[in-house]
Design a protein around this ligand. Structure first.
Ligand code: BTN
Length: 244
């Protein structure tokens, strides 16, 4: 596996994206850094992480005949790949919070940012960016509901060991996509889903707060929620968030 290590960079996603646009890169090439000056999160947010304490890396994943409408399966595979490793590393309930945040009990321990490059009706390649809080002990006061593996388990982790376990596991889960075993992938994702079938408070993009139960996730990754009046609504990423 081709692993490019950098001491500091703006964003590993950005760096890998630029690199792949100019060079032939091996599939599953990884860019990892001790520090990002401008780490990017989902929906235009930023990702900050204490220098040298955590894992911040991006993986180039190119899948054969991977259609645009199948892209959520990569989110599922990556989240499950991370979850599978964390469950072995710390004795704590881990969940996938839709779409692909990784929670330890109810606090975020990892985030995933997938950026796709499209060619016609297919995804040519995806840059899968992962930020995992590992050995960081203290977080800024203005960030709520965040934790690290160290906070959960009171031990220090060897970052390189953890990285190789994560890469292996993610690659294993990506095989489900290559084999087109989408039903099984989705079944595992649903089992891991935070608040599945539990009454949960949400906020929609108009600011309305409501209670509903997640009953499914659609093929395209939309969240399917049953409202208190038993009506069913489907939400895209920008249309809903957890209210607490
Ligand atoms: C999120 O939860 O908002 C997604 C966070 C993704 C952060 C990772 S860190 C490595 C990679 N490079 C980035 O700039 N972002 C991702």
């Amino acid at each position: 596996m081709n692993i490019i290590k950098l001491s500091a960079i703006d964003s590993t996603n950005l760096y890998l994206k630029t690199l792949v646009s100019k060079n032939e890169l091996e599939n599953f090439t990884v860019v990892i850094t001790d520090h990002q000056n401008s780490g990017r999160g989902q929906m235009g947010t930023t990702w900050s992480s204490e220098r040298g304490k955590n894992l911040t890396f991006s993986i180039l994943i190119s899948l054969p005949s991977f259609k645009i409408e199948e892209q959520f399966y990569l989110s599922m595979a990556v989240a499950l790949g991370i979850l599978n490793v964390l469950k072995k590393e710390a004795d704590c309930p881990f969940w996938v919070k839709w779409p692909n945040d990784i929670l330890a009990v109810k606090d975020k321990v990892a985030g995933v940012l997938i950026e796709n490059t499209i060619g016609g009706t297919f995804i040519k390649y995806s840059i899968v960016g992962i930020g995992l809080n590992v050995n960081q002990e203290i977080f800024p006061k203005d960030i709520d509901n965040v934790t690290s593996l160290n906070n959960i388990s009171n031990r220090t982790f060897v970052l390189d060991d953890l990285l190789s376990k994560l890469l292996k596991s993610i690659e294993n889960f990506v095989q489900y996509i290559i084999r087109k075993e989408y039903l099984e992938l989705k079944r595992m994702y649903i089992v891991a889903l935070y608040k599945f079938e539990k009454p949960t408070m949400f906020k929609d993009n108009l600011g309305n707060v409501f209670i509903g139960k997640i009953i499914d996730v659609s093929e395209k990754g939309r969240l399917i929620v049953e409202l208190e009046n038993e009506k069913i609504r489907k939400f895209n990423l920008k249309e809903i968030k957890f209210a607490n």
